[in-house]
Design a protein around this ligand. Structure first.
Ligand code: SF4
Ligand code: SF4
Length: 164
């Protein structure tokens, strides 16, 4: 009986030790959605279409991203650039560029296949919505790079405001 009591006290102390240890340890959780975690640079979240240094669309409408997409969720229709209407630096540009974000598996193959670094997957991970129609991202949606998160958690785990 005494041995049982000793074992019980020992187990109680072990349990209390775990409790006290976690009381003084920095929490791994954050106050989402007020605070948003900064994802690694190579995180594959939402897609964007880049522009070049002259403001022209980088995409030259070659469809390599679409051909390499394993689930066929990219739709590209190309058109010829003209002197009066130059959209991209190449001969052609994407007149239509759409991605079905619900079908996408965020593998990044489109990014790897693109010869001009036009399509990229970035750190934006807040993709939830109630409306399925909003998941067809058009060229106009993809060319807009949204404001970065207002708050982020830095490398030390502390919360800091960005873009003060
Ligand atoms: S990330 Fe993968 S699945 Fe999504 S559009 Fe690109 S190639 Fe297709
Ligand atoms: S995003 Fe890149 S791979 Fe896709 S059509 Fe445009 S230039 Fe070609």
């Amino acid at each position: 009986m005494i041995q049982g009591a000793i074992a019980g006290v020992k187990n109680l102390l072990i349990g209390m030790g775990v409790t006290f240890k976690n009381m003084v340890t920095k929490p791994v959780t954050i106050q989402y959605p007020e605070v948003k975690r900064t994802m690694p640079e190579r995180y594959r979240g939402r897609h964007f279409l880049n522009r070049d240094e002259n403001g022209l669309e980088r995409c030259v409408g070659c469809s390599l991203c679409s051909i390499n997409c394993p689930v066929g969720c990219i739709h590209v229709v190309s058109a010829e650039n003209t002197e009066e209407n130059r959209v991209s630096p190449g001969e052609r540009y994407a007149a239509v560029y759409e991605i079905n974000l619900l079908r996408c598996i965020y593998c990044g193959y489109c990014e790897e296949a693109c010869p001009v670094d036009a399509v990229v997957l970035r750190e934006h991970y807040e993709l939830a919505d109630y409306d399925r129609d909003k998941y067809i991202a058009t060229k106009e949606d993809l060319l807009v790079y949204p404001e970065p998160n207002q708050f982020r958690v830095n490398i030390l785990g502390n919360t800091e405001r960005t873009n003060k």
